[in-house]
Design a protein around this ligand. Structure first.
Ligand SMILES: [Zn+2]
Length: 419
């Protein structure tokens, strides 16, 4: 009886990676500098095996001894999923603090347990499973879109246990070719970037759901094995960067290049978009990342008129009018301002115009006068709060009174957070 309930407990918790955690973890550790690998080896427990899935073992409620590692102070979070930003900020900060304190106290065994939980949390969200879906799709919809053939009807799509998400078949190179990247020079900065990476990783995992399920259900599994290998590689890189950063912060050893932390493009952060419509031809696609429609729905590069001729932007957002697109990240104090170059794309129809506004935590903090096609681009800037566990930024386009939004193509060029 005991054996059965234990098996049930494990299968309930193991919704993401099945055998994937130890594979990811071993590869992640091999990317770390020698001095960090030696620190991890000092522990009496293995980060690869013993600490692969502490929160899965904790999930059944029969392991109160794991409360110390699986109940971050001040926040209730699911340690297998992407959580709301304020709770994630608090929990990620707490793990980084605990790792720092235990390392400095010379207790690598404790430190490795916290590292194991933190890695598992990021790794789960990068699996092709319900941990990456974030409400974009669910198992019932997937079965509607890609029905299983008769002999595979009993197989779960998004649950690892008796499912297809982690069959153990990974098509990937023998070693991960990755030099760890520092996620932050402070715990606050690291908490912001680790969360950002976790969200990007979940997005990358859900972007392979359709081809993955198609192949497992109706193909021979080779495409799924390659995609699964790709997700193992993504998770390896994130875990390697998390471990590298945690140990650099714990030992006060910040080495190498940090220029990548000075600015953050909003297009490198997963937006909060969950639907919405606006004027033609944006009715079904209200915004585009790194591109803009024209009046025939071709997609063009982002371009704005400038004082010295047209300027193009590799990154940014093309948007209809009126529309609002938001991003949430945390904590406050890591970046001090938002900057973007705004105006109307030359493809916009004569007679259209738009107002650009930036809202921070629901309050308008910057706004332009109405801009018409041909007007020189303007720089819009907004100060960000120095405190708080989460900051919500909204880029908003509005219609001036009496104007039509049809064929109005607004451009937010290089919207970025700066120090
Ligand atoms: Zn899990």
């Amino acid at each position: 009886m005991h054996g059965i309930s234990l098996a049930l407990t494990l299968s309930m918790a193991a919704h993401g990676w099945g055998g994937g955690h130890p594979v990811i973890r071993e590869r992640a550790i091999s990317c770390l500098p020698q001095w960090q690998q030696e620190m991890i080896q000092q522990a009496e427990v293995s980060l690869v095996t013993d600490c692969a899935a502490l929160q899965d073992q904790h999930a059944g409620g029969t392991r109160p001894d794991l409360d110390a590692y699986c109940k971050p102070e001040g926040a209730t979070v699911s340690l297998h999923d992407v959580n709301p930003v304020p709770a994630s900020t608090i929990a990620m900060r707490w793990y980084l603090q605990r790792i720092g304190e235990t390392v400095r106290a010379g207790d690598m065994t404790e430190a490795v347990r916290y590292m194991g939980v933190l890695c598992h949390w990021v790794e789960d969200t990068g699996s092709m499973s319900l941990h990456c879906t974030e409400g974009f799709i669910n198992e019932a919809y997937l079965r509607e879109l890609i029905p299983p053939p008769g002999d595979k009807r009993a197989r779960h799509y998004l649950y690892a246990a008796s499912g297809i998400s982690d069959t153990g078949r990974y098509d990937l190179p023998a070693e991960e070719d990755h030099v760890p990247v520092l996620l932050g020079r402070t715990i606050e900065e690291a908490a912001l970037h680790l969360q950002r990476r976790q969200r990007l990783q979940a997005q990358a995992a859900r972007q392979v759901i359709i081809p993955f399920v198609m192949d497992e259900m109706h193909g021979d599994g080779t495409v799924a094995a390659r995609l699964r290998g790709q997700l193992v590689s993504n998770a390896t890189r994130t875990s390697a960067d998390a471990l590298y950063t945690a140990l650099c912060l714990a030992t006060d050893r910040i080495e190498g290049e940090t220029a990548h932390l000075e600015e953050l493009l909003l297009t490198d952060v997963v937006s909060d978009y969950r639907g919405g419509k606006t004027s033609a031809p944006w009715r079904w696609t209200p915004f585009l990342l790194d591109g803009c429609f024209d009046q025939r729905r071709n997609i063009l590069p982002l371009e704005l008129p400038g004082e010295d001729g047209p300027q193009t932007f590799e990154h940014g957002v093309g948007m209809g009018v009126p529309f609002t697109l938001g991003w949430t990240f945390g904590p406050g104090g890591v970046y001090s301002r938002l900057v973007a170059t705004v105006g109307l794309h030359p493809a916009s129809a004569e007679g259209t115009s738009a107002i650009f506004a930036v809202l921070v935590n629901g309050e308008e903090v910057a706004c332009t006068a109405p801009m018409a096609p041909g007007d020189a681009a303007q720089v819009i800037e907004a100060a960000l709060p120095a405190e708080g566990d989460a900051i919500e930024i909204k880029l908003q386009t509005r219609l001036p009174e009496g104007a039509s939004g049809d064929n109005c193509f607004t451009v937010w060029g290089s919207p970025r957070l700066v120090k």
